[in-house]
Design a protein around this ligand. Structure first.
Ligand code: EPS
Length: 383
């Protein structure tokens, strides 16, 4: 299962095409829209989120609420397009007065215009904008619908925003999703949520932006997804590539991650146990559910680091593309913090990789055959 997206931040529409989709996945429009809404919620988002109410139109690949084995195309309209029809006109001549010539440090702006021979940062920022991640979330909702058929749930929560963090240690796979969904910073700890909101308020007052750390988890995974024999089949490598493809994600760890590098092996690896009905299992999960490039049957636990958003209301210095004079970087309307949204985008990315790894192991034509093969595998490895 793969996806591609198209669309500019203030263009008419965002689209996603998901290929390699097996037949027989129940597709509920409201589940896609509910994930789109989860991505839009979050304390610290800017004015744009008051304009958009994202909803996906399913253009192909679904009939009578089930996938039929063909590519699934999804479209999300940009409501803000109505305000940008001149600046983002598909036809006509460039309008010099709307050119953006002050690239922002930390954004794709400068390397983007140099690479594409453009004299207008807007040519780059429109596509580099994280608005595109709405299309990824729609694509990921198809992967999640498949994963539900094989009893896998993907979730996320925010661990820290700026310097405001939850207490450690915590078992990320045991976090109650209802507490996460009830928090407008997607943090299950009410007291930490208050501190995170205060940090966002202070950043807003100072013309600053904030990043943070968040977890993505997946439960119900069978052991043996991914592979140890080829570099390209290693599931941790595939998950890392997917996570790092999300704008502003700068770091990633699985399980105990960087902390494990400081401890001796006996405190890092998870002793193997077995019991009749359950089969092989671990009493600890330092590895975050991955060993040797494969799932080991324990929950997948990933922690991602997001940098602060580059658009600053108190901008850093930049250089004008035309005159080469020192100027302030451009300050478009922007978010102060999008860490809660990035967590929902990361769920989508992880779901797409996990769905693909199930299809590689258990077949890719129809859900019924995949589930039959999965049950036979589960029964064999339990005995
Ligand atoms: C973004 C800038 C802001 C964000 C946008 C990402 O948009 P605008 O320039 O229209 O105010 O709100 O995110 C979204 C629109 C979204 O849906 O997440 C940027 O420069 O990356």
């Amino acid at each position: 299962m793969r996806y591609t997206t198209s669309g500019e931040s203030h263009g008419r529409v965002l689209t996603a095409i998901v290929t390699g989709v097996p037949a027989g996945i129940p597709v509920d429009q409201s589940a896609i829209d509910s994930d789109l809404a989860r991505r839009q919620v979050g304390y610290g988002r800017g004015g744009r989120m008051r304009i958009e109410t994202d909803t996906a139109s399913i253009l192909s690949g679904v009939r009578f609420s089930r996938t039929i084995g063909s590519p699934v195309a999804l479209a999300i309209s940009n409501r803000d397009w109505d305000n940008w029809t001149d600046v983002m006109s598909v036809q006509g001549e460039p309008i010099d007065s709307v050119r953006v010539t002050a690239p922002r440090p930390g954004h794709a702006d400068l390397a983007g215009v140099l690479k594409t021979c453009s004299n207008d940062v807007r040519d780059v920022l429109e596509r580099a904008s994280a608005r595109e991640t709405a299309a990824r979330v729609a694509a990921g909702a198809i992967a999640k619908a498949f994963l539900r058929q094989v009893d896998v749930e993907v979730g996320s929560f925010v661990f820290s925003i700026g310097g405001a963090a939850m207490d450690t240690p915590l078992d990320a796979s045991e976090v109650d999703p209802s507490l996460v969904e009830a928090s407008d910073v997607r943090c299950p700890d009410a007291e930490a949520s208050v501190r995170m909101r205060a940090a966002i308020d202070a950043a807003h007052t100072d013309g600053e932006s904030l990043g943070g750390l968040f977890y993505v988890t997946a439960t119900g995974l069978v052991p043996g997804l991914g592979g140890y024999a080829e570099a390209a089949s290693r599931l941790d490598a595939r998950l890392a590539a997917a996570a790092m493809s999300i704008p502003a994600i700068k770091g990633l760890e699985f399980g105990d991650g960087f902390a494990a590098a400081k401890r001796p092996g006996s405190q890092v690896h998870d002793a193997i146990a077995h019991d009749g009905p359950r089969g092989f299992y671990r009493k600890t999960n330092h590895a975050g559910g991955l060993e040797g490039g494969m799932t080991n049957g324990e929950p997948l636990i990933m922690r991602l680091a997001m940098k602060p958003i580059p658009t600053l209301m108190r901008p850093l210095a930049s250089v004008d593309l035309d005159s080469h004079e020192v100027i302030d970087a451009s300050k478009e309307r922007s978010d102060v913090c999008a860490v809660p949204a990035a967590a929902v985008v990361a769920e989508a990315e992880v779901a797409l990789v996990l769905a693909d790894s199930y299809l590689q192991k258990f077949g890719c034509d129809c859900v019924e055959d995949i589930v039959t093969a999965l049950r036979a595998y589960e029964s064999r490895i339990r005995s």
